[in-house]
Ligand binder design. Sequence first.
Ligand code: ATP
Ligand code: MG
Length: 434
Amino acid sequence: MLESAGFEAWVVGGFVRDVLLERPVHDIDIATNAHWQQVQKHCEAAGMHTFETGVAHGTLSVLPAPEASIIEVTTYRTEGSYSDARHPDAVQFVSTIEEDLARRDFTMNAIAFHPTRGLCDPYGGTADAEAGIIRAVGIPQERFGEDALRILRAVRFASELGFSLDAETLEGANAQVERLNKVSVERIAIELTRLICGAHVRTVIMNYPTIIDAALPELAPMRGHDQKSPYHIYDVLEHTAYVVEATPPEPLLRWAALLHDVGKPATFSVGTNGQGHFYSHAMVSAEIAASVMKRLKMPGQLSHDVELLVRFHDTHRPANHKMVKRMLRQLEGRPELVRALCKLQVADALGHAPEFRERGTMAQDFEGCLDEVLARGDAYTLQDLAITGSDVIALGIEEGPRVGEVLNAALDAVINEEVPNERDALLELVQASR
Ligand code: ATP
Ligand code: MG
């Protein structure tokens, strides 16, 4: 439509890259020499909805059809200097697609496509994509200096795609890594979450120490930390990298895996036989995990859940109904957290020396047992109990904290299978305990 109105328009960015890589595509970006007001005029005339949220940067969001996804249409532009290492001070519009591609971060992201004109690929992005190379457009050190977020984008793409940073690009990124301090922590957090959810996260953690340690300084002491233990064949960080990669790629599990042993260096001691110990490391790791999540301004629920999983990651219990219900009780009556804990423990076991990986089967059995408990409808929260607070009060217990204590004791008795979850039996128990 834009082209028949006399303008030029190309599909650009991630969409073109992902098509070339035969990966699933998400958002569509179009670059054009039309101004957003002109784009808006033509789109609205064709009955499309438009949104002006990004017009300050020349971007108009267009909804081509009610059920379609948004297309971002951006006027060819370049970016001025970056005094805060992230936001360009001024957007300058330019007249050619080549100039627009020059401001983009990596060669594989600086390719434009048009149905009849084909590819416009002035920086060799197609060849780099094929070879699996992440290469900065222009002089790497300058480009990372302008916008340090690109440093994290580079390793995030490496983790998602299994690509490597070109040597000069890596050198430029390492040289500018201090500038990450200037990038908003929210953007860093988004990139880090995508990075750790990548399929190639282990390699990235191990191969880009300068960048990883700058973004997550809490991990640095784990790097090269010998565990002096027959259970382990890797240092703390490499073990961690294996565990992360072995968990399902969801933010909760990946963050918990990344931080599960973060307290090991601080709790390390060597016994008389020369064997390394990490007493209370789960507790210390949970505290450090909470501080990392807080520093990154992660959502409160995610931070809380990560902290819980880290705290319990080393708690291994035999797979039986009683133990599952106890764990449910400790994990706030949330089956999804117990399930996540089992998955974390299975992954953790895989990161150990081969002869010590069986602990994973125990965690697997534990999850199977969880399914049984849920299917049976067994009580594991105060809400499931066959008596309530008013029953307790009716038996003459004074309103206040004591009511909760009595109910909790009753739930413990039910979970420990000392008494059935039946009203009369529970009333009798309460009566007897007064
Ligand atoms: P994905 O959507 O998978 O994160 P993407 O490449 O589409 O990947 P977007 O953030 O959607 O990433 O950006 C679209 C395009 O804008 C990129 O392909 C790239 O050309 C350009 N771009 C994005 N962020 C930057 C940046 N910080 N510096 C330079 N160019 C960028
Ligand atoms: Mg995109």
